[in-house]
Design a protein around this ligand. Structure first.
Ligand code: FES
Ligand code: FES
Length: 398
């Protein structure tokens, strides 16, 4: 196969029991795909040239160095990462034994140690005499080898008939994680485009809009914001019912194409402190009830740096006592890639502030009958969220 220098290849793999198709550049390593595209950051990266063993995962049941494999070499393979070995609620015996024997200090080597020891025990060649040598493919810079070897020996001896298989615990489903053609193909579409040119997805002619499916699994953050607006409920609903005006009320967002059938393309810029992310994405209004004044929107976006976001957003407008409107905005937000590392609390803070500023903009648009004139800077939004969180932490410490 020949691929243009800036081209991508579609790769389908089954990761922890779930099939996923991604468009990847041929030079992308498996470790980068697992961490940056799928948000599976349990696979650690130390040396990136096959020495330290931090990145050990199972490929079709065999331990491999994810930093030494290109993702394109794994097409059709089944992968198990440490997230698939077990979860916090359902730990694999090896994880329990590592905890029991305190087989970790900083924990950086622990995923590699767990996957490597699973491979050893599943291979049926365990021997107490050669255990240290057999486990020498993963380095522990904290030198906590005694606890690690004790944990592995403990599991080998208590499961002499064979170590239990990985739990294949599936982490929260995020953009690009499901096997259905829709999210994966949309991710592939965006990745191909971003690799090949600066053309926005909205500007490509003749493309069939991909479907968006509701994400499954627990969200990264759930937010619910109740705002009291001075404008009357009919005026507020008129803004929500007009996607052009609605999009203009979202801080940092811009609609780039109306794809028909209540589907829209757009882009949004989100800043988290020093990190600025620009998402190209899709939104689909899946429910729109003008009588009850309720709507539900599915949205997904990908950033060129490998961050993905997917959200189920519900908006509702109710008449308030005294003539104004109560605007309800709640969302289940699913994040993966770099952005997911900011954590649940910060994701919730940013989403909440975004909705608060959205409500202010809707109020203005409802009052004037136009798109809002005061647009919130996404960077200020994020810095505000960060400062509020830092202030809360300081107050808690006091
Ligand atoms: S990061 Fe892969 S072996 Fe070190
Ligand atoms: S526990 Fe720190 S590297 Fe192993």
């Amino acid at each position: 196969m020949r691929v243009e220098a800036d081209g991508t290849v579609d790769v389908t793999v089954t990761v922890n029991g779930r099939a996923v198709t991604l468009a990847v550049a041929p030079r992308t390593t498996l470790s980068d795909v697992l961490r940056d595209r799928l948000g599976l950051t349990g696979t650690h990266v130390g040396c990136e040239h096959g020495v330290c063993g931090m990145c050990t995962v199972l490929l079709d049941g065999e331990a491999v160095r994810a930093c030494l494999l290109f993702a394109v070499q794994c097409d059709g393979a089944s992968l198990t990462t440490v997230e698939g070995l077990g979860s916090a609620d359902d730990q694999h015996p090896l994880q329990q034994a590592f905890s029991h024997h305190h087989a970790l200090q900083c924990g950086f080597c622990t995923p590699g140690m767990l996957m490597s020891s699973y491979d050893l025990l599943a291979g049926g060649t365990y021997s107490r005499d050669t255990l240290a040598e057999d486990m020498s493919g993963v380095l522990c810079r904290c030198t906590g080898y005694r606890g690690i070897l004790a944990a592995v020996a403990d599991v080998a001896e208590t499961h002499a008939d064979g170590v239990p298989p990985p739990r294949a615990a599936v982490p929260p489903a995020l953009v690009g994680r499901t096997s259905g053609a829709s999210p994966a193909s949309s991710l592939a579409l965006n990745a191909r485009k971003s690799a090949s040119s600066d053309t926005s997805p909205a500007e490509a002619p003749g493309e069939i809009p991909p479907e968006i499916t509701a994400p499954t699994g627990p969200p990264t953050a759930t937010v619910e914001v109740r705002s009291e607006l001075a404008s009357g409920v009919d005026d507020v609903w008129a803004v929500l019912a007009d996607f052009d005006r609605l999009a203009a009320c979202l801080p940092g967002a811009e609609m780039t194409a109306d794809l028909g059938d209540d589907r829209y393309r757009g882009r949004a810029t989100v800043g988290l402190g020093p990190v600025s992310l620009r998402f190209d994405g899709l939104a689909h209004v899946v429910e729109h009830d003008p009588v009850a004044r309720r709507m539900r929107v599915l949205a997904q976006g990908t950033d060129r740096g490998g961050s993905s976001t997917q959200a189920v957003i519900r908006l509702a407008a109710d008449p308030a006592e005294g003539g104004g409107t109560v605007l309800w905005a709640d969302a289940d937000v699913h994040l993966s890639g770099r952005v997911a590392q900011f954590g649940r609390a910060l994701a919730g803070d940013v989403s909440r502030r975004l909705f608060e500023q959205f409500a202010e903009a809707v109020d203005e648009a409802a009052r004037t009958g136009e798109a809002p004139t005061t647009r919130t800077s996404p960077l200020r939004l994020a810095l505000g969220a960060l400062l509020a969180r830092i202030r809360r932490l300081v107050q808690r410490r006091r």
